[in-house]
Design a protein around this ligand. Structure first.
Ligand SMILES: [Zn+2]
Length: 250
């Protein structure tokens, strides 16, 4: 059984979401900043290499995107290996979700409050990884990712397994009233202010697309409540670093 970084007593960071042949993880603050653009970028390459090495992932197999809070999904192949790994310029443009059915490609997204959504279908052997912030969630990026997996890989949503990584939760995620109007679900009034539940909205989308509730696993970590262990954009502001979520078919 693999032991994941910074979590040696709890080897599977999302309880219940574990499969032979699949490696996935999200980094924590202790692993350092993973962004080549935001936060303190001095040691990012080293941080990435150390994090990936402990997962037995070769950093040259990593694929990163220039995330823009949009809803573009890209099918990644072996030719894309190394994109965005050592330099931001080579990252896949204008993309917030990656999918593949090829082994040995480590899909990555970077987050600090946004929700990383891990997707895995053991039947057709394919994976996806979504950077689901509020704007991308408003644009239904998780549904779009699942649709592309259905088109490309013939995924049956009933067979799909989903893991939710750490993100800012409804306890801490206050949004402005004019933005709240875009959502008809996952909104809560707390002290007369609107709070958004990113995980609940993405879960509802997946259920509506045919994913089984018992196949959706959520680590339930709030990055803002637990900012000691996780980067939180809302708590720290624009200078904060980013965590890396990564998923790969072995
Ligand atoms: Zn919280």
């Amino acid at each position: 059984m693999p032991v994941l970084p910074s979590d040696r007593n709890n080897p599977y960071p999302i309880a219940g979401f574990y499969f032979q042949g699949l490696v996935y993880a999200f980094s924590k603050r202790i692993d350092g900043n993973m962004s080549l653009v935001y936060g303190d970028t001095k040691d990012v390459i080293l941080n990435r290499k150390n994090f990936l090495r402990r997962l037995n992932i070769n950093y040259q197999d990593l694929v990163c995107a220039k995330q823009v809070h949009g809803s573009n999904v890209v099918y990644v192949t072996k030719e894309d290996k190394g994109k965005g790994t050592l330099s931001y310029q080579t990252a896949i443009c204008d993309t917030d979700a990656l999918i593949t059915d090829q082994k040995g490609i480590a899909l990555a997204v970077l987050t600090a409050d946004c929700l990383p959504v891990f997707l895995y279908d053991p039947n057709t052997l394919c994976i996806g990884l979504v950077h689901a912030g509020s704007k991308s969630t408003q644009r239904k990026i998780t549904t779009k990712t699942l649709h592309l997996m259905q088109q490309r890989f013939n995924v049956n949503p009933q067979n799909l397994y989903v893991g939710f990584g750490p993100c800012i939760r409804k306890c801490c995620y206050e949004i402005k009233k004019d933005f709240a109007e875009y959502f008809n679900y996952g909104l809560f009034l707390q002290d007369e202010r609107y709070h958004l539940d990113l995980a609940a909205i993405n879960k509802k989308e997946l259920l509506e697309a045919g994913v089984r509730e018992e196949n959706i696993f959520d680590c339930q970590i709030c990055t803002s409540c637990q900012s000691k262990n996780f980067f939180s954009y809302r708590k720290e502001g624009s200078s904060c670093g980013r965590m890396m979520s990564v998923i790969m078919l072995k």
